[in-house]
Design a binder for this molecule. Structure first.
Ligand code: ADP
Length: 483
């Protein structure tokens, strides 16, 4: 079932239940209240009638002999029955009716089991008894007399513990029935139309709200079919709405995927290029050795190509372990000033006198970290500096303590990095220009991302500042080791 259908079904069911409960309670409360009012009026009429009754003494008391009832309201129907079910008296408007108002309450008249009112009358006193009517002494019932729906109250008349007869007072329920049926139809029609209207409006709102989702889906499918990650979903709704945020998140994901895929394809091209170049060179040298015999120049060249390939493979291996989360940092106190001097010594060896290496500041400091990885971080920066700086250039290493941080820098006066490339140089496999000379130390765009991973692993950070044509400075910030 679609989301729209589920939404509409859900809230319409809820609305229908609320309307039903509301309507039913309104109906029953009104019916109860009206019935209570009718009952109260009947009770009062009964009291009036009883108050004006006199009972004449009758020898065998087989029937009650009552004077004509004073009651003549056309809306109130009165009957007096003897205890053994004989009609003794009635109001003028009941002249043509000989059936009891409430048959079940009159002995011998009811269709079901007659109600028992106690022993039959035999020789009794004839003093009329009239006491205020307790509620339980009255029996209310709904009946139908010749098609007229009536509310009837039955009251027993007693003379000294003897049942003399029954008084039945009824009133038609026409007004109540009408009011209730009007209410019922109002509720049914009003509730039904409210429900229908809410389904229609809800459907319309849901359609509008979900339309952007459909366009998201359609665009996503198109992107998949066209295999084109450069496409984006147009933001046609407010960016802060749920769908707007979904679109932004989806576009963001697309952008990241696009970057990742293009970085990977660049990387594949780079790696194959990186591997092909040394392999071609090695093959050339091996051919030469075969023909001419081994000479030190060819062997050195083979050696250097093999070194470059091992570095590349080493970087790749490390990166895959970083990604898999299986490269632990073994941390211990490290004197970073000593480490920097070691790196400098190595840099001097790598520079082979072509580039000047010097120390700017060197303060004593230590951090808690993985010595080998920290050395690798600095070496990656120094190797880059040597690699991209022309012979005759200068690389300066420096270490300062600023606040509670160790601040190490590697600066060169090489070609620099264009401003627009700076944000990406730490991305994996990113190289500013593929054609840029790699030199004997060249990498494949992994060095800086490995350096950044190491800095982050030590709760530090790495930054680059560069001015094209003037040089580049890489800064590493690490928190000072305690003690
Ligand atoms: P690579 O192995 O290609 O050097 P890195 O991740 O170490 O890869 O560096 C990413 C890119 O940043 C390099 O391709 C290079 O273009 C640029 N870069 C890094 N260091 C320097 C530097 N000192 N001077 C100029 N460009 C640099």
């Amino acid at each position: 079932m679609s989301l729209r259908a589920r939404l509409i079904l859900g809230y319409s069911t809820l609305l229908a239940a609320i309307l039903f409960l509301f309507g039913a309670s309104l109906f029953f409360i009104l019916r109860y209240t009206l019935t209570q009012q009718i009952d109260q009026a009947l009770r009062e009429s009964t009291e009036d009638i009883l108050g004006s009754m006199t009972v004449r003494r009758v020898e065998d008391l087989k029937f009650l002999n009552l004077p004509p009832l004073p009651f003549s309201s056309s809306n109130t129907y009165v009957q007096v029955w003897s205890a053994d079910g004989e009609l003794l008296s009635f109001s003028p408007n009941m002249q043509s009716v000989r059936d009891p108002l409430s048959p079940a309450a009159v002995p011998g008249q009811g269709k079901g089991t007659p109600i028992s009112y106690g022993p039959n009358l035999e020789g009794a006193s004839a003093t009329p008894v009239y006491t205020p009517l307790p509620a339980e002494d009255l029996r209310f019932s709904d009946t139908n007399i010749r098609g007229l729906h009536m509310r009837v109250v039955t009251k027993t008349i007693w003379v000294e513990d003897r049942l003399l007869g029954l008084l039945q007072v009824g009133t038609p329920l026409t007004v109540v029935d009408r009011a209730l049926s009007i209410l019922f139809f109002e509720l049914a029609i009003g509730g039904g139309s409210a429900l229908l209207l809410s389904v229609l409006i809800g459907n319309w709102i849901a359609l509008g709200a979900l339309r952007p989702l459909e366009s998201v889906t359609a665009t996503a499918i198109q992107i998949t079919h066209a295999d084109d990650l450069s496409r984006r979903i147009p933001l046609e709704v407010s960016a802060s709405s749920e769908v707007g945020r979904l679109i932004l998140a989806f576009n963001d994901t697309l952008e990241r995927l696009e970057k990742l895929f293009s970085a990977q394809s660049r990387f594949l091209a780079d790696v194959s290029h990186e591997l092909r170049t040394p392999l071609t060179s090695i093959r050339g040298n091996v051919d030469l050795i075969r023909k001419m015999g081994a000479d030190s120049e060819s062997l050195e060249s083979v050696q250097s190509e093999v070194d470059r390939m091992s570095r590349l493979v080493g970087d790749l291996l490390m990166l895959s372990r970083v990604e898999a989360g299986t490269l632990p940092l073994v941390k211990a106190p490290v004197e970073v000033d000593t480490l920097l001097l070691e790196v400098m010594q190595q840099a001097i060896g790598l520079a082979q006198g072509k580039i000047e290496i010097c120390i700017g500041n060197l303060e004593q400091a230590s951090v808690v970290g993985d010595r080998d990885r920290l050395k690798q971080l600095l070496l990656n920066l120094v190797v880059n500096a040597l690699q991209y700086t022309q012979p005759g250039g200068r690389v300066v290493l420096s270490l300062r303590v600023i606040d509670d941080c160790v601040h190490m820098t590697v600066s060169d006066n090489g070609p620099g990095i264009p401003r627009e490339e700076l944000p990406f140089i730490f991305d994996r496999f990113y190289r500013v220009e593929k054609s840029r000379s790699r030199g004997p130390l060249g990498g494949s765009g992994l060095g800086l991302s490995i350096a950044q991973w190491i800095a982050h692993g030590h709760d530090g950070r790495i930054e680059a500042a560069s001015e094209p044509g003037k040089g580049t400075t890489f800064s590493v910030w690490l928190p000072m080791g305690k003690g």
